[in-house]
Design a protein around this ligand. Structure first.
Ligand code: CA
Ligand code: CA
Ligand code: CA
Ligand code: CA
Length: 139
């Protein structure tokens, strides 16, 4: 095969592959909800209860608490909560979140993400905006 012809075929094949890669990425983000459920669904019923979500919140809190002082200051919590959300989640106004305050927002967002009020979140509920807002606190 003529090298130039080969190169143009190679370029064509590469161009054809790019949209496929983009598609795979969209799939991966949908799959991450599934992976998250699998990770925390201790009773393996395919949905998450508030108890299961609280365990995830607990682990996330510990991971965010980089100086291990038992609270999240504004800097530590910045990646998951805006300054406005932090103020709302901080009823004692000490500008930090302790674990019970963090659990309280997770519980609030859990209720918001459960419109059918059956006490569990399935994959569909977790994929909606309210479900995603909860997931931001947990992973
Ligand atoms: Ca479950
Ligand atoms: Ca801390
Ligand atoms: Ca506080
Ligand atoms: Ca539900």
């Amino acid at each position: 095969m003529h090298p130039r012809l080969f190169l143009s075929i190679a370029a064509f094949v590469l161009a054809a592959l790019v949209p496929v890669a983009g598609h795979a990425q969209t799939k991966a983000s949908a799959g991450s909800v599934e992976a998250f459920i699998q990770k925390w669904d201790t009773d393996n019923d395919g949905t998450l209860t508030l108890d299961e979500v609280k365990k995830a919140a607990d682990a996330r809190f510990d991971a965010l608490d980089q100086d291990h002082d038992g609270t999240l200051d504004q800097k530590e919590v910045r990646r998951v909560l805006s300054a406005k959300d932090l103020t709302k989640a901080d009823p004692d106004k000490d500008k930090t979140l302790d674990k019970s305050e963090y659990q309280a927002i997770a519980a609030q967002r859990f209720q918001a993400a459960d419109p059918d009020k059956d006490g569990t979140l399935d994959k569909k509920e977790l994929s909606r905006p309210a479900g995603k807002a909860l997931l931001r606190l947990l992973q």
